[in-house]
Design a protein around this ligand. Structure first.
Ligand SMILES: CC(C)(COP(=O)([O-])OP(=O)([O-])OC[C@H]1O[C@@H](n2cnc3c(N)ncnc32)[C@H](O)[C@@H]1OP(=O)([O-])[O-])[C@@H](O)C(=O)NCCC(=O)NCCSC(=O)C[C@@](C)(O)CC(=O)[O-]
Length: 299
């Protein structure tokens, strides 16, 4: 299969990237980050997460973030909403899109959202129904698609089953999360093969973490299979609070550099994105995990 002509990046830095930071990050810093990302050409930014502040304290300012945004034309600002309470909170802030998040692993589902996979799907059904009423699109995540921190190997058939359930429930797109970054290209292709037998390829996204340094390679493999939506995080920020040791998402700068080299359009200004990565890592005192970002900053 040929590479797609254009790839849509879903920037998850302000949410996935920051949710695990141990020290509180000021809301104005988050707002500036979101604004800079929009200015760099990111057309889809996951800005906040309407989850319990007891579970993820770093996302407790979701309301302030979603109402404090300076909205840019053509940019979608999305939020995670694990249940109806989260959705109602997000709707009250004028959110344009939301995401529910399930898992292909029972143990991870319990640790992350305190319920089984089947219970999570039951919980998502009214979220999708209410979102439909409010004319808000819902994205679906499946975590642990290439391995689980608690269960180890995850069968591609399980990933396909949960993805299909989310898609049939009304998620317009299902994002496949290698939460702990353990995947390798062949594994990623096999998992995608199983999922794409149930869901059209153009309704799927790749959400790869870079814990084992395989994320770009895995992305290359799934781009070859026809994936055209990639989740990434500026400067490779991030990690999941319920996946110990998981490092950040693949860095947006590295993905854009790869795609530019393949002649795949993204609409993103790499220099502006890299400058944003330098700025946010300096501001929050974190290493920049984008090799491209570091190289461009050293020029
Ligand atoms: C889902 C729950 C809420 C269930 O948590 P629970 O304890 O089972 O929920 P509950 O309904 O029994 O409520 C308990 C308390 O939470 C409150 N509550 C209930 N819901 C909300 C809400 N929406 N917003 C704010 N507060 C809420 C509720 O009001 C109550 O408050 P209390 O009476 O104790 O004061 C909890 O487990 C939770 O918030 N989990 C979030 C975990 C999380 O955010 N993980 C990281 C994101 S997922 C991820 O990173 C993976 C991904 C997407 O990036 C893909 C990948 O890489 O794999």
């Amino acid at each position: 299969m040929a590479f797609p002509k254009r790839v849509r990046l879903v920037e998850v830095g302000p949410r996935d990237g920051l949710q695990n930071e141990p020290e509180p990050i000021e809301t104005p810093t988050k707002l500036e980050l979101i604004d800079r990302l929009g200015a760099a050409g990111l057309a889809y930014i996951e800005a906040a997460s309407f989850v319990s502040p007891k579970w993820v304290p770093q996302m407790a300012d979701h309301r302030e973030v979603m109402t404090g945004l300076t909205r840019r034309d053509g940019v979608t600002y999305a939020s995670l909403t694990p249940n109806l309470k989260g959705l109602e909170g997000a709707l009250a802030c004028g959110v344009e899109e939301v995401a529910v998040f399930g898992a292909a692993s029972e143990a991870f589902s319990q640790k992350n959202i305190n319920c089984s996979v089947a219970e999570s799907l039951e919980r998502f059904a009214p979220v999708l129904e209410r979102a439909r009423e409010a004319k808000v699109r819902v994205r679906g995540y499946v975590s642990c698609v290439l391995g689980c921190p608690y269960e180890g190997e995850i069968a591609p058939a399980k990933v396909a089953e949960v993805s299909k359930a989310l898609f049939e429930m009304g998620c317009y797109e299902v994002s496949l999360g290698d939460t702990i970054g353990v995947g390798t290209p062949l594994k990623a292709k096999r998992m995608l093969e199983a999922v794409s037998r149930e869901i059209p390829m153009d309704k799927l996204a790749a959400h790869f973490h870079d814990t084992y340094g395989q994320a770009l390679t895995n992305l290359y493999a799934v781009l070859e299979e026809g994936i055209a939506v990639v989740d990434s995080s500026v400067a490779g920020l991030g990690g999941c609070p319920y996946a110990k040791g998981a490092s950040g998402n693949v860095a947006s700068e590295d993905v854009v550099y790869l795609l530019d080299g393949l002649g795949i359009e993204t609409g993103i200004d790499l220099d502006a994105l890299a400058a944003t990565g330098t700025w946010i890592t300096q501001t929050i005192g974190r290493p920049n995990r984008s090799k491209v970002g570091v190289a461009l900053a050293a020029k």
